[in-house]
Design a binder for this molecule. Structure first.
Ligand code: NAI
Length: 506
């Protein structure tokens, strides 16, 4: 393929500008570097050469390429030096007024057919283009940090962006070795919008005292395969970055309850408890290593009660098989005996409601999360209700841990931990599709590459079963009376069909 942009400029050679310059040079472009701080240009050039030397030392780049790539870098001392460029990518400070002023200066020096791209992550491309002589020549080109390793880039069309420019940026991204996804100019674009469910719902769970941070992290890693739990992730990103993003998207969508941030992160941010970089976040860090509180031990239970499962439990046949495999004494009568542990498996509802509605003895009732088949998870999660007797809680914990599988016991809430978080992620993703912000395929690609989730959110919904996701959301809405859980119409319509493989034109 012919190189789409032969002469590329990067304006703002900080963390992001350097990374963009690196992959542009690797694609074959001559790359002009400009920054208002002249020292930043030299620092960027030196760090890029250092980076290529390291890659060559590791055998990831032919040794003779270091000089070739370094030769493609052109430090610039004035914006006028960029006059011959085909594309300018700006990665300067995230401030609308400063960016608009740069765009005006660029239009004064560039050829009329030269393109401009902005790496903004939170400003509107349309707003930035307002006041330009040729707003059609500006598009969003949103990379992630660190650019060479994060292989996805969002190509954003503002209201007036020439669609052909987006096509050229898509081609160029591929030449850079990246995967482009295309999105409309909306708050958070795709990745920062789709990422709203994970942390905010986990924070709500913590705020209800359902479980502590470490337990929620363990559950989401082990049940759904997330690489980092939400609190580990917030510690890594740091709250001075992630809390303002939560607030910004919430307000930009006019206080849409699905994106509502939490007072927990607001307070921690105000108190300077930011995460790994300050040595203390949700976890404490010693020599960069998190201090993780130990898991509660499995209780010793000399005499195990029999177990009874009501007819309406989710995956009842699977629960029977599991109990059999664990060597439990299963009661199959219409009612439990006086001694029996009662195991319920609600979707979205709390254990307390199930016990009340089904007229079960709440003191002996414990919930088991069966949203996913037992074989698909590395951890079982039990929930008590406020009346659950301690001996019944201990018996359920010991029984479900008999084969050595990890077990967490949490307090009662609508929908356990994973049900709530996954249903929220799927629902937000469905709403992104509903708004036609991007194609379902690009959504899946952006989330897996940009957020590192084990599955795209729509595939996640299919794994759980779209009707199960809907049931969880409907019940969460009842339990909490919160429109935050109202299912997106897109999800409701596709609920019975499967989410990820549908034709977008329907
Ligand atoms: P940074 O602070 O590391 O670098 C910004 C550079 O721009 C500095 O070297 C500064 O001297 C220079 N600069 C400021 N005003 C300028 C102007 N008027 N003209 C020329 N140079 C100017 O910032 P970073 O993190 O690289 O971010 C840059 C842009 O990329 C922002 O829009 C940010 O929102 C966006 N972004 C940042 C990500 C991140 O994780 N850091 C991820 C994705 C996007």
């Amino acid at each position: 393929m012919v190189l789409t942009f032969v002469n590329t400029a990067v304006v703002g050679t900080g963390a992001m500008g350097r990374g963009i310059a690196q992959i542009a040079a690797q694609a074959g472009s001559t790359v002009w570097l400009y920054d208002t701080q002249p020292a930043a240009v030299e620092a960027a050039r030196a760090s890029l050469v250092d980076q290529w030397e390291k890659l060559a030392a590791k055998g990831k780049l032919p040794a003779d390429q270091v000089a070739v790539l370094a030769g493609r870098l052109r430090p610039a001392s004035a914006l006028a030096d960029l006059s011959g460029c085909d594309l300018v990518v700006e990665a300067i400070v995230e401030n609308l007024a400063v960016k608009r002023s740069l765009l005006a200066d660029l239009e004064a020096v560039l050829r009329p057919d030269a393109a401009i791209a902005t790496n903004t992550s939170s400003l509107s491309v349309t707003a930035m283009a307002h006041g330009m002589k040729h707003p059609e020549r500006l598009a969003g080109f949103h990379f992630f940090n660190p650019v060479p390793l994060m292989k996805v880039v969002e190509v954003i069309a503002g209201l007036k962006t020439d669609p052909a420019l987006c096509g050229r940026l898509v081609d160029y991204a591929r030449q850079m070795g990246h995967t482009p996804v295309q999105a409309q100019d909306t708050p958070g674009f795709i990745v920062n919008h789709a990422g709203r469910g994970y942390g905010t719902e986990a924070l709500r769970i913590v705020s209800e005292n359902v479980a502590d941070f470490a337990t929620i992290d363990r559950i989401l890693r082990d049940q759904m395969g997330f690489r980092l739990g939400p609190f580990e992730l917030m510690d890594l990103t740091a709250l001075d970055v992630s809390h303002p993003v939560m607030e910004s998207i919430y307000h930009q969508y006019y206080e849409e309850p699905r994106y509502r941030p939490s007072v927990i992160t607001a307070q921690r941010l105000a108190g300077g408890v930011l995460g790994r970089k300050t040595g203390e976040g949700f976890y404490r860090y010693t020599d960069g290593k998190a201090e993780v509180p130990p898991e509660p031990a499995v209780p010793e239970v000399p005499e195990m009660p029999p177990v009874w499962v009501p007819a309406r439990a989710a995956r009842r046949a699977e629960i029977y098989q599991l109990l059999k495999d664990l060597g439990a004494h299963i009661e199959t009568g219409a009612q439990p005996s006086e001694k029996a542990l009662i195991l319920v498996a609600p979707l979205g509802h709390d254990v307390t409601t199930v016990a009340a509605v089904e007229r079960l003895d709440a003191t002996r009732t414990v919930g088991l999360d069966m949203m996913l088949p037992d074989s698909a998870t590395k951890r079982r999660v039990l929930a008590t209700n406020p009346a659950t007797r301690p001996d019944m809680r201990r018996a359920a914990h010991a029984l479900l841990a008999r084969d050595g599988k990890a077990v967490s016991v949490v307090r009662d809430s609508g929908g356990f931990v994973t049900q709530r978080v996954v249903a929220t992620i799927v629902n937000i993703a469905a709403d992104i599709c509903q708004q036609n912000i991007c194609s379902p395929q690009d959504l899946e690609t952006a989330v897996t590459l940009g957020l590192g989730y084990p599955l795209g959110p729509l595939a996640m919904g299919d794994k759980v079963g779209p009707t199960n996701v809907l049931e969880i959301l409907f019940n969460l809405q009842t339990v909490y009376g919160d429109t935050r859980y109202r299912p997106s119409p897109w999800l409701r319509r596709r609920g019975a069909l499967g989410l990820s493989l549908l034709h977008t034109e329907n």
